[in-house]
Every structure is written in C-alpha cells, then in structure tokens.
Design a protein around this ligand. Structure first.
Ligand SMILES: NC(=O)c1ccc[n+]([C@@H]2O[C@H](COP(=O)([O-])OP(=O)(O)OC[C@H]3O[C@@H](n4cnc5c(N)ncnc54)[C@H](OP(=O)(O)O)[C@@H]3O)[C@@H](O)[C@H]2O)c1
Length: 263
C-alpha cells in the first residue's frame, strides 16, 4: 500500500511513545520508532505491523547530540520525508535542589532539552525542503510551574515550550505546524528511570503515576489534537486545576503545592 503519512516518534520503546505508535499504526502509515532499547522497539514495531503499518526500528540516543546529524542523514537514505516528528523521548527527576549534582541537572537537560531541540532543528530543515510538516513536542503541566523534586525536569519542560513557541512563529509560513502537548499524570513507567540527585535511577513506580490516566487514552487524545493541529493541548484529569490556579492565583497555588506529598 502507498505510504500516505510518515511519523517519527522518539521514546517509542515505552509509555506514551509506544502507545502513540500503536494508536497511529494503520495501513498507509509509516512509523519510525526511536529510543535506545532496540529490543523494545522491535516488539513495538511488531505490534504496529500487526495493525497494517510499516514500522522502521531506528535506535538512537538523543543525548548524543553530535551524532544526530549523521542519524538524520542515514534516515534520509531510507525514507523520502517525515510528515510528523513527535519529540517525546524524555526522563524525569526525583530529587531536591540541594541533593542534586550539576551533572544530574545537565543530564536531564541533555535529553529533555538539547537532544530534543537538535533533532527538531535537523528535521525542520528537511520538512521545509518537502513543503512542511508537524512538530509535536511533549512538555508537561510542570512546564507551566515548578514542582517539588523536579527542578530541572520542570525547567526542561518550560524550556522546550519556549523553543518550539519561537519555532512556530518563525516557520509557520513555511508550512511548519507546532503542537505542544502538556500531560498531567499518565500511567507509564517514567518514574523507574527518573534520576535521583546522584544521577542514579529511582527504580520504583510512583503511586500517583500508577493511578494516572491510562496511556492508551492519552495516546488517543494526542492523536486527535495533532490531527486538529491544536497548538497547546493539556492531557489531564483533575490536575488541570493546578494550571489554572497557578495562572490566576499563584499564591494559592504555592499554599496547595507545598502541602502535596511529592514522590
Ligand atoms: N508519564 C507522565 O505522567 C508524563 C507526564 C508529563 C510528560 N511526560 C513526558 O512524556 C514523555 C514520555 O514519557 P513516558 O511517561 O512515556 O516515559 P517512559 O515510559 O519512561 O518513556 C520514555 C521514553 O523516552 C526514551 N528515552 C529516554 N532517554 C532517551 C535517550 N537518551 N535517547 C532516546 N530515547 C530516550 C525511552 O527509551 P529508551 O529507554 O529505550 O531510550 C522511552 O521510550 C517524556 O518526555 C515525559 O517527560 C510524561
């Protein structure tokens, strides 16, 4: 079947990226699945192929920014265009400011910010050559306010909103659409790989996240928002109230958020 749409998803080996790949998988869709764990990507690719999609396993470590150009060039030899780039790969944090080394702060920014923007920059050039495309970026509601134990995570999620907001203004006339996604709590294993202050992984599942939105529901909402070309989409349940309270009553937000027992 002729390919009608090519969608590149980073962080496709787990959680939201995996669910999104499966949600998009259909005849006529080509999926490019990236992340570090090739075995996990292969198993996601199998599920996508069962649904009739073409799925290309394309492992990469987004934090190795000086290799991303070569990666994009390799991909350009395999596929003619990317219609949608879902900048989803990311890691979280569970450590207070004073417990966190600078190298841990840098590691979070390397993956969640620098790797993400460098890949987007390289694909942006390619998309413009082909007449346009959609840049989806996975921020978070903590891209709207700081949250305990997530100082640099929150900073990285604020930072990408600023970067992609500027990209939208600069390149919309060249056919580039930006869709910013701000999830609340989604039930994924993200807390397992969240960094502690010394850079080691937390290794346990947060209770709050386990009670979060089902990841397949989250994927359906993201797909719908991207299809509609929505600029900003919150994927939340009751957590959305924190966004509005912070926006209109920041002092009240601080009273509430200080009482939340963070994990
Ligand atoms: N779950 C939530 O409640 C929530 C809320 C707000 C925002 N988000 C955001 O949603 C995105 C996906 O998170 P998730 O919840 O689905 O977590 P997840 O299940 O842990 O998935 C994270 C994905 O990112 C990939 N990744 C991590 N480091 C990478 C690197 N250096 N290079 C390439 N890929 C890398 C992982 O693949 P490998 O390990 O195979 O590399 C994995 O596929 C993240 O950006 C996260 O910040 C999640």
């Amino acid at each position: 079947m002729k390919i009608q749409e090519t969608i590149w998803i980073t962080g496709a080996s787990s959680g939201i990226g995996e669910a999104l790949a499966i949600e998009y998988a259909a005849p006529g869709v080509r999926l490019i699945l990236s992340g570090r764990s090739e075995d996990k990507l292969r198993s996601v690719a199998d599920k996508c192929q069962e649904r009739g999609a073409e799925a290309l396993v394309f492992p990469l470590d987004i934090s190795v920014t000086d290799q991303l150009q070569a990666k994009v060039e390799t991909l350009r030899e395999k596929v003619d265009r990317v219609d949608v780039l879902v900048n989803n790969a990311g890691i979280s944090q569970r450590s207070k400011v004073l417990e966190t080394s600078l190298s841990t702060h840098r590691k979070l920014m390397e993956i969640n910010y620098f790797g993400t923007i460098e890949l987007a920059r390289l694909v942006l050039e390619w998309m413009i050559e082909k007449g346009g495309g959609t840049m989806v970026v996975m921020s978070s509601i903590t891209g709207r306010f700081g949250f305990p134990l997530r100082s640099s995570y929150s900073a990285s999620k604020h930072a990408i909103l600023g970067f992609f907001g500027a990209m939208d203004l600069e390149y919309s006339k060249q056919g580039i659409k930006v869709c910013m996604i701000l999830p609340g709590r989604i039930n994924t294993p993200i807390s397992l790989s969240a960094l502690k202050g010394d850079g080691s992984q937390k290794g346990t599942m947060d209770k709050g996240l386990a009670g979060g939105m089902d990841v397949r529901k989250c994927a359906r909402k993201i797909k719908r928002a991207v299809r509609k070309g929505k600029y900003i989409t919150y994927i939340t349940r009751k957590e959305i109230i924190l966004v509005w309270i912070y926006k209109f009553f920041p002092s009240v937000f601080r009273l509430i958020a200080r009482r939340i027992n963070p994990e």
